[in-house]
Write a protein that binds this ligand. Structure first.
Ligand code: GDP
Ligand code: ZN
Length: 316
């Protein structure tokens, strides 16, 4: 009997595909798994889980799971329960095009909140810089000023792809972004010949591809993985409450505790340090608008609000 460590890259019912030392094993899982560091709330094996497999000849069985350092959740269809779709994702490449399709700040800010909540490092990636960077140049200073990593790249000319390749090499990376931003093109330019499931990264409408609800990890030649998930569009906000939202905006978190009211929502209150900073142009107005939009979503019935707190205004 041997014990090997590996990463779950796909699930097919009871069969689980585990990547270990450059090869792939098809194994089963012991019913009573040992969860190192304690059982998680959703004790199901998901892609990205780091596992110990006991092998006997050609057969293998998963016996142990390492603690997860991040969990990507989505609301499971038809219910309000969260579902873990992947574990241990290190980073998300948030891909937008410089001009076409027009990049949307609101979507970027939503992704940044989702990354914060999931414990995933965001890398803002502006693609198609060969088409001109006038529209997005101001983004760079705003987001770098907030401490985010911003890459300018072109899948077409190869500009900046060396950095992307280094960034992907040993990490597990989720690609997010609107359809047509160039996610597949970037991956194909960085790893020529690397075959993606058609349409899977592009978040297309599902036409001409088999629809699966499961995420998979695709091993990269360099040791890292790319997360291929049809659930990308659902990488939205799940039950984010107002205080989590505020922590997800560094420029708002920075003023936390400086407002007149301890439970200030920073949307309309007098003596609000965030609104003061906005008026002094220390906070970018579009970022603030994203915050207000997302704050309203936390107040929707199936949004983030776990309980209504008296004294917390229900509407701005
Ligand atoms: P995805 O939906 O995000 O995977 O986007 P695709 O990779 O399918 O790219 C969408 C379109 O943008 C395709 O027609 C690509 O040829 C084009 N495209 C991708 N990257 C670039 C780039 O860097 N520059 C230019 N000019 N076009 C690009
Ligand atoms: Zn305030």
């Amino acid at each position: 009997m041997d014990r090997v460590e590996g990463t779950v890259i796909a699930r097919h019912g009871a069969l689980i595909r585990v990547h270990t030392n450059g090869r792939t094993l098809l194994v089963t899982s012991r019913r009573r798994l040992r969860w190192r560091g304690g059982r998680p709330t959703a004790p199901n094996l998901v892609v990205g889980d780091r596992v110990i497999v006991e092998t006997h000849g050609d057969e293998g069985v998963i016996v142990e799971v390492q603690p997860r350092h991040s969990s990507l959740l989505r609301r499971s269809p038809g219910t309000r329960k969260p579902q873990v779709i992947a574990a241990n994702i290190d980073q998300a490449l948030l891909v937008f095009a410089a001009t076409k399709p027009p990049p949307k700040r609101g979507l970027l800010d939503r992704f940044l909140v989702a990354c914060h909540v999931a414990g995933i490092q965001p890398v803002i990636t502006m693609n198609k810089v060969d088409q001109g960077t006038e529209a997005i140049a101001p983004w760079r200073s705003v987001y770098e000023g907030l401490g985010y990593r911003v890459l300018f790249v072109s899948a077409r000319t190869g500009w900046g792809l060396g950095t992307v390749k280094r960034c992907l090499s040993e990490s597990t990376t989720l690609f997010c972004g609107p359809s047509g931003a160039g996610k597949s093109s970037i991956l194909n330019a960085v790893y020529p010949g690397f075959k993606l499931r058609v349409g899977s990264l592009s978040g297309s409408t599902g036409k001409g591809r088999h629809t699966t609800t499961r995420a998979e990890l695709m091993p990269l030649p360099s040791g890292g993985f790319v997360v291929d998930t049809p659930g990308l569009k659902e990488f939205g906000l799940w039950r984010v409450d107002a205080s989590t939202l505020q922590e997800s905006f560094p420029e708002i978190a920075q003023h936390q505790g400086c407002c007149r009211f301890a439970d200030c929502s920073h949307s309309h209150e007098p003596g609000c340090a965030v609104i003061d900073a906005l008026e002094n142009q220390e906070i970018d107005r579009q970022r603030y608008e994203s915050y207000v939009t997302l704050l309203q979503e936390t107040r929707l019935p199936d949004g983030g609000r776990r309980e209504s707190r008296p004294g917390n205004p229900a509407a701005p």
